[in-house]
Design a protein around this ligand. Structure first.
Ligand code: FMN
Length: 386
């Protein structure tokens, strides 16, 4: 799953402080085998030098009027798969809204037929300014796309909304735009991930080695295919990009409550979390060391059995020591699921996975990175739901 590979991104840079993040954005796209053509406004050159972007992109920085003279803006407009303006200043957004084309970047945006994505970055009052908000709304109605800025400390010393998204998050929006599969647009997907933990006493827990990597890969894959996603995460080792809403839970009981309260919202539920099958009898005080002890475990609630599955598409995960295919098929039937991904215990916590995508009609063996397998699962769901 790499929608940057072999694609050409025209990266417009305008005059805001966040331009200092742009070299890292360029490097990341190039490392993932994408081509980046940077185009700077005159004011952008005060925040990041053309030389740095030339080195990182391997492309010559172009100007509107070059010698020998040629319509550079028309050739660049036709060459790119996507235009990303990052950072996009208050001024530049206003300029495009007004239909002004007085430099290379604004000229090629006027000329391109490729999608144009803006990543605004500015002070919180500039961001809330009604003129800017009107401009964005009207540009959106014309088909231009905007990456909503995040909240946090701003370069001006204030705190609030207006920060340009970090590089990994910008890339998620870029990949979503470049993804050829968009048939999950408008679908709401709830994904559980990570591992639950159950207390044995006030300091000790029983948990499992789930990393949350599969859930993160799934959330990205659904996002690329156009879906709206929400996550419910147990203990996990991965960083979840802040653009995805996450509810963090610890225990099976908390996981159950979270799934039950969000279930109504979703069209598709993917239960990728490694939820404990047992709950230990919790001791009120710390168990003293030295003596051999016996832990009493009772079965944990089966969350899937508590859901009214009608009109929802439900995906279960099955983690098995042996008979992976047979056990996966049994789970599909017993729990009345639409799809099961059945995988061996050895994949827990790792970067790669393998297993069977099982539906009522067929099963398919898949292997690769968790991102690749997540994409295969999403494609299977697309074919079954659209
Ligand atoms: C130090 C400094 C930082 C600035 N940061 C921003 C910013 O983050 N966002 C913004 O919209 N404008 C910012 N501006 C204002 C723009 O640079 C100004 O509007 C300029 O005309 C933008 O030109 P351009 O849109 O053609 O690149 C900043 C100005 C200065 C002096």
């Amino acid at each position: 799953m790499n929608f940057l590979c072999g694609r050409t991104i025209l990266l417009g840079v305008t005059g805001g402080i966040a331009a200092c993040k742009v070299p890292f954005l360029v490097r990341e796209i190039v490392e993932r085998n994408g081509r980046v053509i940077p185009v700077l406004t005159e004011n952008a050159k005060k925040f990041v030098t053309p030389e740095v972007l030339e080195v990182f992109s391997g492309e010559r920085i172009r100007e509107l009027f070059e010698r020998p003279s040629s319509p550079v803006h028309i050739s660049l407009a036709g060459e790119c798969d996507l235009v990303l303006v990052a950072p996009a200043t208050f001024n530049f957004i206003g300029k495009i809204h007004a239909g002004i084309a007085d430099d290379l970047l604004s000229c090629l945006i006027a000329a391109t037929r490729s999608p144009v994505l803006f990543a605004p970055a500015m002070n919180k009052n500039m961001w809330r300014n009604p003129v800017l908000q009107r401009n964005i709304k009207e540009l959106e109605s014309l088909g231009y796309k905007f990456i909503p800025p995040g909240e946090g400390p701003l370069a001006c010393g204030e705190e609030g909304e207006g920060r340009m998204r970090e590089v990994p998050e910008l890339l998620l929006f870029v990949e979503r735009e470049l993804c050829p599969e968009k048939r999950l647009s408008g679908k709401k997907v709830l994904i559980t991930g990570g591992g639950t933990e159950e207390e044995v006493d006030p300091v000790r827990v029983i948990t499992n080695r789930s990393s949350g990597r599969m859930a993160l890969s799934l959330v990205k894959a659904f996002f690329f295919a156009g879906a709206e996603v929400k996550l419910i995460m147990g203990r996990h080792e991965v960083d979840i990009p802040s653009i995805f809403p996450v509810k963090n839970v610890r225990t099976v009981e908390e996981m159950k409550e979270a799934v039950l309260s969000e279930f109504e919202w979703c069209d598709i539920l993917v239960m990728a979390a490694a939820v404990s099958d047992f709950i230990p009898e919790r001791k009120k005080e710390k168990i003293k060391k030295g003596k051999e002890i016996t832990l009493k475990l009772k079965p944990a609630p089966d969350i899937l059995s508590l859901l009214q599955k009608k009109k929802k598409f439900i995906v279960g995960f099955s983690l098995e020591s042996r008979n992976i295919l047979k056990e996966g098929k049994r789970k599909l039937e017993e729990k009345k699921l639409d799809l099961v991904f059945s995988n061996p215990v050895k994949v827990l916590g790792g970067e790669e996975t393998e297993g069977y995508i099982i539906t009522g009609k067929k099963e398919r063996k898949v292997s690769g990175t968790k991102e690749d397998v997540a994409w295969e699962i999403v494609l299977e769901i697309v074919s079954m739901t659209t």
